[in-house]
Design a protein around this ligand. Structure first.
Ligand SMILES: C[S@@+](CC[C@H](N)C(=O)[O-])C[C@H]1O[C@@H](n2cnc3c(N)ncnc32)[C@H](O)[C@@H]1O
Length: 195
């Protein structure tokens, strides 16, 4: 499905980074970053332009080839991995930052991934997430239509035990991030640090 969606010259989520990522930049360390389910690369390229060493992983080959194209256009460098993040080894104390923007996995895969994230961060490393909550089903302005794929703050705080939450909120905000994320949106945002 994602290759089909990305198979156009247009960047369907735009070329600019996610708003929450942009706002959080001052709180992010320098160093090695992993962008999960990164698609066409807007967030990874933004971080690379801001002096992070970035690896982007996604299951769409077309998405990642657009990510490389965007990196070249912006004079940035990216490493990419074509992989299913439900079966991706994040390593141990490997990353200074891990970014998950609208990465909606089935709950068992999401829980396993979040468990890995706690150990894959280096001490002081930051995990940043923005995702749609179940309340998004009332808006119809983007995101998966299946409630099981949506995330709420309580579950995320359970799944990410071991991290210290610097910012954790559910909110409704105006999103204008490409064709498919457009309008008032119910999201959860997390910025959490490995002690
Ligand atoms: C809504 S898009 C978000 C893309 C990007 N994070 C952004 O904000 O522009 C969801 C992305 O998740 C990727 N994806 C979905 N399931 C995946 C999986 N199991 N493994 C890797 N990537 C996956 C899709 O290929 C797609 O690029």
């Amino acid at each position: 499905m994602w290759d089909q969606r990305y198979n156009t010259s247009e960047y369907i989520y735009g070329k600019e980074p996610n708003d929450f990522l942009r706002q959080s930049l001052p709180a992010l360390p320098l160093g090695d970053f992993l962008c999960l389910a990164e698609g066409e690369g807007r967030n990874a390229v933004f971080l690379a332009q801001h002096h992070r060493n970035v690896t982007a992983v996604d299951a769409s080959a077309i998405g990642l080839s657009k990510a490389h194209r965007l990196a070249v256009e912006r004079g940035a460098t990216l490493t990419t991995h074509l992989a299913d993040i439900a079966h991706f080894n994040l390593g141990e104390e490997r990353w200074d930052g891990i970014v998950s923007i609208f990465a909606h996995l089935p709950p068992p895969a999401r829980k396993a991934l979040h468990k890995q994230i706690v150990h894959a961060l280096r001490p002081g490393g930051i995990f940043l997430l923005e995702a749609y909550t179940p309340r998004q089903l009332d808006y119809n302005t983007g995101g998966p239509p299946e409630i099981a794929l949506l995330m709420d703050l309580d579950s995320l705080q359970q799944e990410l035990q071991g991290l210290r939450f610097l910012h954790a909120q559910e909110c409704t905000r105006e999103l204008h991030e490409g064709l498919f994320h457009n309008g008032p949106s119910a999201v959860v945002q997390i910025l959490a640090q490995r002690p």
